[in-house]
Ligand binder design. Sequence first.
Ligand code: NOJ
Length: 523
Amino acid sequence: MADQNQWWRDAVIYQIYPRSFADADGDGVGDIDGIRAHLHHLRDLGVDAIWMSPWYPSPMADAGYDVADFRDIDPVFGTLAGAEALITEAHEAGIRMIVDIVPNHISSAHPWFKAALADPSAKEREYFWFRPGTEMPTSWTGEFGGTTWTQTPDGSWYLHLFTPEQPDLNWEHPDVRAEFESILRFWFDRGVDGIRIDSAALLLKDTTFPEVVDGQPHPFHDLDGVHDVYRAWRRVADEYDDRALIGEVWMPEVDRFARYLRPDELHAAFNFDFLGCAWDPTLMRECIDRTLDAHATIGAPPTWVLSNHDVTRHVTRYGREKTTFSFEENLDGTPVDLELGTRRARAAALLSLSLPGSAYVYQGDELGLWENENIPPEEFADPMWGRRGHSRDGCRVPLPWSGDEQPFGFSTGTPWLPQPAEWKDRTVQAQTGDPSSMLELYRAAIHLRRREEGLHRSTMAWLDAAPGVLAYTRGPGFASVLNMSGAPVPLPDHHSCLLASGPLDGTLLPPDTAVWLRLHPGK
Ligand code: NOJ
C-alpha cells in the first residue's frame, strides 16, 4: 500500500506559520480561516504541500510548540472542523497537508502533566522525568540555554530541554509511545499526508543522567533507541497510502543524520547543513556533494531548506558579511546589504528548486521578506530571547498581502508583531504581475519545475565551469548555473534561457545570479 507515488521525493513544500500567515477574525493573529481565504496564493505559487506549524491548543509559551492537546485546535487559530475543512480544500486545490507533531515534550498545561504534578503517585508521573533531591540532577544546558530542571512544590525536579513550560516526555514508557502512535492515526485518519517531527533526535535520554562530557556519548542527543520509535511510526504511516514522515534532525554528522532515513524509518529530514552554509562556492558545492552522498547511500530524497521559523531570514543572512547561520553565533544587528541579500536569495531560489530532492519555501521567502531586526524587545514573544539574547520573532512577522501600510492586508486589527513600513513593496499585490519581483520569480520557477522532466527524479551531474560557478545538469537537456564568483562569467553552450534570477549581461552571467538553461533544441 505504501510508497506508491512517493510525492515527498520531489515536492515543493510551503511552511505556514499560522500566527503570521493571514488573520480572518481581526485579533492580529493569523488563523485557519485566514489560510482558507488565501489558499489561492499557494495554488498560484504552485506548491505541492503545506507544512503547518503547530495549531493545537497551547498556552503559547513557545509559540505553540508547547502542546496541551494534540487532537484539537487552539481557539486563536479556529476549530477542528475548520482544520478539517482546510485539509479538504487544500486537497481540492491539489495541495497536500503536513502537520507538525512535537513528541519530545508537551505543555505543562497538558492533562498528563497536571495529573503528574497534582499527585506524585499518579501513573502520569512516570510519563515524565521527575527526580528527587536537593540538588539539580544534572547541570545540562537546555536547547534555548539555561538549565533543564525545574523544582516542583514537593521538592522534586522535572526535566525540560526547552522551557519549564515544556516538560520532556519519558519515551521509555509504553503509554507515551502508544499515545503518539494514536495521535499519528488521528491526523492520518483526517487525511493529512505527512507529519513533520519536531526535535526528532532528542526523544531518548540516557536514564543514568550523566553530565555532558566531551568525547563521551551525549546523554540526550541522538541516542540509538530513538530509531525504534521511528520504526514504529513508519509502521503506522505504512498502514496508509503514501504518507510521509519528515524529521527535524539538527545533526552535524551526516552519517548519524542518514540513519534517520533508513528504509524503515523516516521518509525525509530537513537539511540544516544547506541552510547554515555560507554563500561561498566551494563550501556550497561541498555541502551539496555531502548531502547527495549521504542520501544516496540509503536511497532517501535530499531536502533543500533556506529558511524557517527558527532562523534569520536568508535575505538578511546573505546580505551580511558573514553569511552562515548557527544558533551559537549571534549576528543580530551586524550590517546588512538588503539589495545584495535579495539578489542572492533570488539565485538561491533557483538553486534550491533545481537540486534533486524536495524543496522547502518558508512563508514570505516567495515575497523576498527580510528579518525584521527592528522589533522593540518588549514586543518579543519568543522564549529564546532572554535565554540566548536572540529572538526568533524577526522571522515570524505577519505576511504583507496588500496596501501601502501596516497591517498590509494581514488583518483588520493590529498584527501581533510589527511589519516594516518598507514591506509596502513586498506585498503579494505589489509583486503580482511585476516580472522582476521575487514572487513572479518563485511562481515561474515552481511552474517550470513542474513541467520540466529533468527536474523531477533525475540525478544531477556537475558541469565543468569557471572557478566560483556551480553548474550542473538535471537530465540530458536541462542545466542550472549559479555564479558565486565576484565577476561576470560566460554562459555555457546552450539552446535557450528558461529563467534567470536577474538580468543577464549579454551572454555573460553576472555575479550572484542563477540561470536555468535548455541545452538542446526541443526537450
Ligand atoms: C523546534 C521548533 O522548530 C522550534 O520552533 C521549537 O522552539 C523547538 N523545536 C521546541 O519545540
